[in-house]
Structures are given as structure tokens and as C-alpha cells.
Ligand binder design. Structure first.
Ligand code: AMP
Ligand code: MN
Ligand code: MN
Ligand code: MN
Length: 281
């Protein structure tokens, strides 16, 4: 699979710089890469320069957090303009929500007897992103947990003691931001939400009705049966099929470049659809 339309750098919760990311993608055989950091466009100019040097096509992307029926749902914007004020202002709002949430998460940790988390997290944050992975890293450094997954399972995941629900944009709002910036709205990792299949079909219907155009069908570390089911759903809901590793760097297991396999037949790939010209203009 030469397309990989979902990845992260140090501008959100990834481990690699944009230059390192592009080189890693290239080494994995990727020819068309989207950088989709969480709620920020800041890494894109450097990624574009690096991609030009490496001979890759770079799709300007972003992964927007949204709130739907008390769930955190991620929406990818692919092929977005960097200077659209609707998108830029929306992302600024999310960046300030992230700071507010981080302070609230820190207060929750204090009640659990774990002091000074915001002070330590804010010291290590160097970009516009602050998120739960930053808390996970501090918990590991302090020896409170042994690994990243344990930090989420014990404290940070939805329903755990340090989880704070965030007032993210709704799905229709995020789609409006993406379309304002000329991009294509793709539902990220539909197989990863902890919901029933019935609820997933409700989400897909809602996403489509709100103007969503695509969904990820190929995704890292996903069982073949799941991929087949998502391919069927993409056809059923008229959403084009995308492919993304969600690569964050080597400290995140299971997400690798060059391991996505082939798109199942029967669904329309984003890059074979008329929408693709919006992604690569
Ligand atoms: P945030 O942007 O603060 O909501 O954090 C979301 C990021 O944390 C995701 O993009 C993942 O990289 C990671 N993450 C979220 N939930 C989990 C989980 N249950 N286990 C491990 N990592 C997670
Ligand atoms: Mn992430
Ligand atoms: Mn995500
Ligand atoms: Mn992601």
C-alpha cells in the first residue's frame, strides 16, 4: 500500500519530527503520506519541505477531536488549506480546551494523591498540543505506572479516575471547518471505538448526513474480518475508503508504515475517487 493517510509527529503526540516521519514513511514504501496531527496544522510546512526532498507526495491533514453521544470521535481532514480562518480558529479553540482539560485532569490526579501533574506536563509541552499521552509519559517517568497502556487503563481512558470529558466541537462543526478549508472529511479508525456494531452504523449514518465523505477501512493492527466489515460499511453508507497506519513513532506498538495490506475490492478507495483532487492540490 503506497498510500498512508494518517500519521503524527512531535507537533502532537508523535515521537518523530516531521523530517524523521517523512524518512520513516519513505523507508516503509509509502509514496503518498498524510500528516494528521491532533488539532494542529503546525507540523505541515516542515513535512511538506521534507516530502519534496524525499520525493513523496504530502497530503496536508489534521485529526480533529469531536464529541458525539458522550464519545470522543476523531475526524480526519485531508487536503486542508493552512490559512483558512474557520479551520484555524476552530483548532485554536481546541488548543485552549486542551489546556483547560489538562488542568482539570491534574486536579483529578491531586485528589488521587498524585500532585503537581500540570506543572510537570506543561514544562515538557513545547507545541500547541497537550493531551493524555503527555500525562502518560509523566506517570511513567515518576514510576506510577510501567507503561503507556497502563496509564490509560488505570487513569486516563474514558471512565477511569483521571478522565475528563472535553467540550470538543460536534461532528458537523468539525466537518464544516474541514470543508471550509477545502478538505475531505474522513472518519478516523471506526473499528477502534468501543461501541456495538449497531451504534457504529448509527455513527456512520450521522457522519454521512453531516457531510462526511470517507472512512478509514485499512488501519493498523486490525483483524482481516474487521477490515472486510468496514469495507462493506463504506459501500453501504457511500463513504469512500481510506487507509491509515496512525503511526506515532516506535514507542507506540502495532502502528507501522508499510503494513496496511491492500484495499478490499468492492469499496471505492479515496485515491480512485473524484474527491482525491481535493487532497493533493
Ligand atoms: P487526547 O488527544 O488527549 O484525547 O489523547 C488521545 C490520544 O491518546 C490518542 O490519539 C491515542 O494516541 C492515545 N489514546 C487514547 N486512548 C487510548 C487508550 N485507551 N490506550 C492507549 N492510547 C490511547
Ligand atoms: Mn494520538
Ligand atoms: Mn485518533
Ligand atoms: Mn491518529
Amino acid at each position: 500500500m503506497i498510500y498512508d493517510l494518517h500519521s503524527h509527529t512531535i507537533f502532537s503526540d508523535g515521537d518523530l519530527s516531521p523530517e524523521e516521519l517523512v524518512n520513516e514513511a519513505s523507508a516503509g514504501g509509502v509514496k503518498v503520506l498524510a500528516l494528521t496531527d491532533h488539532d494542529t496544522l503546525d507540523g505541515l510546512p516542515r513535512a511538506e519541505d521534507a516530502a519534496r526532498t524525499a520525493g513523496l507526495t504530502l497530503v496536508r491533514g489534521v485529526e480533529i477531536s469531536t464529541r458525539w453521544e458522550k464519545l470522543d470521535i476523531h475526524v480526519l481532514g485531508l487536503g486542508v488549506d493552512l490559512d483558512d480562518s474557520t479551520l484555524v480558529d476552530g483548532l485554536k479553540f481546541h488548543q485552549s480546551e486542551r489546556i483547560t482539560r489538562a488542568q482539570q485532569v491534574s486536579t483529578k490526579f491531586e485528589k488521587l494523591g498524585i500532585e503537581g501533574m500540570w506543572e510537570e506536563v506543561s514544562q515538557q509541552v513545547k507545541t500547541h498540543y497537550v493531551g493524555r499521552p503527555d500525562f502518560a509519559r509523566v506517570l511513567i517517568k515518576r514510576g506510577v505506572v510501567n507503561n503507556f497502556q497502563a496509564a490509560f487503563n488505570k487513569y486516563l481512558a474514558a471512565g477511569k479516575p483521571a478522565y475528563v470529558a472535553t467540550d470538543w466541537a460536534s461532528i458537523p462543526e468539525a466537518i464544516t471547518w474541514i470543508k471550509s478549508a477545502g478538505g475531505v472529511a474522513v472518519l478516523a479508525h471506526p473499528g477502534r471505538y468501543r461501541i456495538t456494531r449497531t451504534k457504529l452504523t448509527k455513527l456512520l449514518a450521522f457522519f454521512k448526513e453531516a457531510g462526511g465523505e470517507g472512512m478509514e477501512v485499512l488501519y493498523s493492527a486490525q483483524e482481516a474480518s474487521k477490515t472486510q466489515d468496514l469495507a462493506r460499511l463504506s459501500k453501504q453508507f457511500g463513504l469512500v475508503a481510506s487507509a491509515g497506519s496512525d503511526f506515532h513513532g516506535f514507542s507506540y506498538p502495532g502502528m507501522r508504515f508499510g503494513a496496511l495490506g491492500e484495499m478490499p475490492s468492492g469499496c471505492q478507495a479515496l485515491w480512485d475517487s473524484p474527491l482525491w483532487q481535493k487532497c493533493v492540490n
